[in-house]
Write a protein that binds this ligand. Structure first.
Ligand SMILES: *Cc1c(COP(=O)(O)O)cnc(C)c1O
Length: 245
């Protein structure tokens, strides 16, 4: 990928300078989210270690992501292959134990790059993509944990397998294609009560013998943990609002 002028620091292995005040703020946010997760887990008679916090750094300045790394955070989510490609090689060269999850839609022409770059693909949502992923993982000799994304709200504009087709699609991915399917992921409709969607996801996972549930974002991760989330994807509550300007 070409590097635009002024972006060279993002591709070198140099550490990114972090303002001490910002570093403190991001560390405090992470700590506070972790405490809330522990509280919600406790309420559901689960342990805090049963839940993995995925920090979603999309669109955030690199300095904030570096601050999270300095605070000890190692599991991250990105929703675009291109953006992740521009920033993670640098971070990874300095933090070798990072685990990177793809949490956004994946186009088949980006599958090769995604398999090179990520450790986990959370958005397997259609047969064509599943087939391409299986082929590419075979080719690269890399087996990435996969989650099947379920469109629990059956929203037209949203990715994910329809709930009624979930069992068949999971079986196709796992049994026919041999993908390492470990769990399910969902993004509830913004105006719905998320608990209903989390409960539905848990039910589909249970009847298919899948253990991992990626559900819950800044606004509803505690509810998700109470309903069995093993992975929560939190952006704003850690990094502050995203600036799309
Ligand atoms: C951006 C994003 C998140 C994080 O959202 P916040 O509300 O900022 O916590 C979680 N999951 C997915 C799929 C996302 O795209």
């Amino acid at each position: 990928m070409s590097t635009a002028p002024g972006e060279s620091s993002a591709t070198s292995a140099d550490p990114i300078e972090v303002d001490p005040y910002l570093a403190r703020q991001v560390a405090d946010n992470i700590e506070s989210v972790r405490r809330s997760i522990a509280r919600a887990a406790g309420a559901a008679e689960r342990g805090p270690d049963d839940v993995t916090l995925i920090a979603v750094g999309k669109v955030q300045p690199l300095e904030r992501v570096e601050a999270a790394l300095l605070a000890g955070q190692r599991v991250f989510g990105e929703n675009r292959v291109q953006e992740a490609h521009g920033k993670w090689p640098n971070f990874r060269s300095r933090y070798s134990d990072v685990e990177l999850h793809l949490i956004g839609p994946l186009q088949t022409n980006k599958v090769r790059e995604a398999v090179e770059l990520f450790d986990v693909i959370q958005t397997v949502d259609r047969p064509k993509l599943a087939r391409e992923l299986a082929k590419e993982m075979e080719k690269q000799g890399r087996r990435l944990e996969c989650y099947i994304q379920i469109n629990t709200g059956e929203e037209e504009q949203k990715a994910g397998a329809a709930p009624a087709e979930a069992d068949a699609f999971i079986a196709e991915c796992r049994d026919d294609l041999g993908l390492p399917v470990v769990g399910l992921m969902c993004i509830p409709p913004v105006d719905d009560n998320p608990a209903l969607h989390f409960a539905m996801l848990r039910e589909i996972a249970k009847r298919n013998g899948l253990e991992k549930l990626s559900m819950g974002m800044s606004g509803d991760y505690e509810t998700a943990v109470e309903l069995g989330a093993t992975h929560v994807r939190v952006g704003t509550a850690i990094f502050g609002a995203r600036d799309y300007g």
